[in-house]
Design a protein around this ligand. Structure first.
Ligand code: N2P
Length: 611
């Protein structure tokens, strides 16, 4: 065999290993590289910059979420490490019946699915009547990190010689002194390693935190996720790179201590890890103190511009916390779990109906919302909230089909276009049970509020047949996916498409001939809102003509505010995608609460998506 022939197989394992590592680390490398990219676009390299890091460090939302993460991280670390150490010592010192079982039970949370843990914690807190916030986040973090800390400490002290402590006591030391002078120093490295691990886990957690955070306790991972929802910016790459670096250093510290290296050696990476997390505060010149009066707003994404919120903050000397959602079902779940801490929410028509039936909304004090007089009566006194006793209209709009003119030659006049095999892999549907089943129902000439199980099952089958053509189910940034060219046809809500149309004349929007959804989204105050007076001020603020016009101009959903109409630029007022002509409105239908039949919609939607 020639020498070359022999060398190739020898090099193979090395090559495979290199490929495997590349597969593991390539995404991270891309993220880190893009965090230094001068260009906003991930597709093009525009030169090296640190600007995204400075920008992130000056962003108040990032700073306050980082502060929250650190607070939660430190509290969790102290509590979980102390509890785990006590437990490990107890198991080490004493022998008792069922010890193995009990030890095993302590470690289960390390392998239990996080989502189960998250849901059960949320249920527990709701049952206990705890308001979601810092306390619940810390309790939740302790409940899963304590297991990891226990495993670390327990493994390390397995070899600890108990007779040393006894010898110390024989020499006259009291039990406390013997513990402090003999046992604790011997355990110290294990305790430190556990503490660093707990801190890193707490700083990183998304799933559990997203269930139990409520308002005001938004941690850094939650903040990053909500930023991703409104569009991926290079700032996120910068923040993610910092978190990555900090956790890697903390874990390296923990690893070195566990390996029995000198504490001094391990302290270095750990200290740098903490410094990375603290740096933004130094760069920002210290964190500003949070305003004592805060309005907690829970609203659809792409529904209000930061400048509008800033105006309200300035006028009232308060801070507005905003959390975003992309489906009525997400909002309902949050409010039904209780104690979410929101002051103002934005349910669509049928969700107002659901919330009212469950007594979850506060009756409005009409004298505190005088600008309601600005609203066109056509949007008032609808069956979902007679007399608007609990809600005021904020935006209205439509669902329709958005498309690329270049790619889709004839305008898609029917919902059937979304089942056209020519567009396989280029179709996007909203990620929304009522809207997507609604489109299938409308296509076949039914009401989107039907309760007929046979008709509904047929709609599910239509969705199953459509599935191979669908690129994505997305209710968040469908307009971006269309703009990027990844999809050519999208079931969409009008406002975000109107914004996309202003950016790119290739995008168009139609209301299918079979009809589609008319939605009226409303501001309302949850029954347990912590700041109802401020909530009323906010609602009234959005009803002022100038403010309503600004909200419509920036977000491009349709305003029901009559007084705002003359203040709108003509490209908004005369855009049929924003204000459809009356004959088109005729074909639209409100989604209604279907009571018991909602379960059926949920089930069919799950079947359509998961099969
Ligand atoms: C905003 C979506 C429009 C709300 N992102 C549909 N009711």
């Amino acid at each position: 065999m020639s020498r070359e022939g022999r060398r190739a197989p020898e090099a193979l394992p090395g090559l495979l290993a290199a490929l495997a590592y590349l597969f593991l680390y390539a995404p991270i490398l891309v993220l880190v590289a893009l965090s230094f990219n001068e260009s906003r676009l991930s597709a093009a390299w525009g030169g090296f910059t640190l600007a995204w890091y400075t920008k992130a460090a000056r962003d108040p939302a990032i700073l306050s979420s980082l502060r929250n993460s650190l607070l939660v991280g430190f509290a969790t670390t102290v509590i979980a490490t102390a509890a785990a150490t006590a437990a490990a010592l107890a198991f080490h010192r004493h022998r008792f019946r069922r010890q193995g079982v009990l030890e095993g039970l302590l470690t289960i949370p390390t392998v239990a699915p996080e989502i189960v843990l998250a849901a059960s914690l949320l249920l527990l807190f709701a049952a206990a009547g705890l308001r979601l916030g810092f306390l619940t986040v810390i309790l939740a973090h302790v409940s899963f990190t304590v297991s990891y800390a226990f495993v670390v400490v327990r493994a390390r002290i397995a070899g600890l010689d108990h007779s040393l402590e006894e010898a110390a006591m024989d020499l006259g030391a009291g039990p406390l002194r013997a513990f402090l002078k003999v046992t604790l120093p011997a355990m110290f490295p294990a305790v430190m390693a556990a503490a660093l691990l707990v801190f890193a886990l707490s700083i990183d957690d998304y799933v559990v935190t997203s269930f139990v955070a409520g308002v005001g306790a938004t941690t850094l991972p939650l903040q990053i996720y909500s930023m991703v929802k409104t569009g991926v910016s290079p700032e996120i790459n910068a923040v993610s790179t910092m978190i990555l670096l900090a956790t890697a250093l903390l874990l390296l510290g923990a690893f070195l201590i566990e390996q029995g290296r000198a504490l001094r050696l391990a302290a270095l990476p750990a200290a740098v890890g903490f410094a990375v997390l603290g740096a933004p505060f130094v760069m920002a010149g210290g964190a500003g103190s949070p305003a004592d009066r805060t309005l907690n707003l829970y609203i659809w994404s792409n529904y209000i511009a930061p400048e509008t919120l800033a105006k309200f903050e300035k006028r009232h000397g308060v801070k507005v916390n905003v959390d975003l959602y992309d489906s009525n079902e997400a909002l309902l779940a949050k409010l039904q779990a209780g104690n979410a801490g929101y002051d103002v929410v934005c349910p669509s028509d049928y969700s107002v109906e659901v919330l009212l039936a469950q007594g979850l909304l506060r009756t409005l004090d009409r004298s505190a919302v005088p600008h309601l007089a600005n609203v066109d009566p056509a949007f008032l006194d609808r069956p979902y909230d007679p007399g608007n006793a609990h809600s005021v209209p904020y935006f209205w709009g439509t669902s329709g089909i958005a498309y690329s003119r270049r790619r889709v030659k004839e305008p898609p006049a029917s919902w059937g276009a979304l089942w056209d095999p020519r567009y396989r892999g280029r179709i996007l549907m909203l990620d929304d049970a009522r809207e997507v089943l609604g489109a299938a129902l409308k296509w076949r000439g039914h009401s989107q509020n039907t309760k007929d199980p046979l008709v509904l099952a047929a709609a599910r089958d239509d969705l199953l047949r459509q599935k191979p053509l669908v690129r994505a189910y997305n209710s968040t940034n469908f307009e971006d996916v269309l703009l990027s060219g990844d999809v050519w046809l999208a079931q969409a809500w009008n406002g975000q498409i109107a914004r996309a149309m202003a950016q790119d004349p290739d995008i168009a929007y139609v209301l299918p001939r079979e009809g589609s959804t008319l939605f009226i989204d409303n501001l309302a105050i949850p029954r347990d809102a912590p700041h109802p007076a401020l909530a009323h001020s906010f609602i009234d603020f959005t009803l002022e003509a100038e403010v309503a016009a600004e909200i419509c101009r920036t977000m491009r959903y349709s305003t029901p505010n009559r007084a705002a109409w003359p203040l709108l630029p003509s490209e908004v007022r005369a855009n049929p995608a924003i204000f459809p002509p009356p004959e088109a409105v005729q074909r639209l239908e409100l989604i209604r609460d279907l009571g018991e039949a909602t379960v059926l919609y949920d089930r069919l939607w799950t079947e359509a998506k998961s099969e």
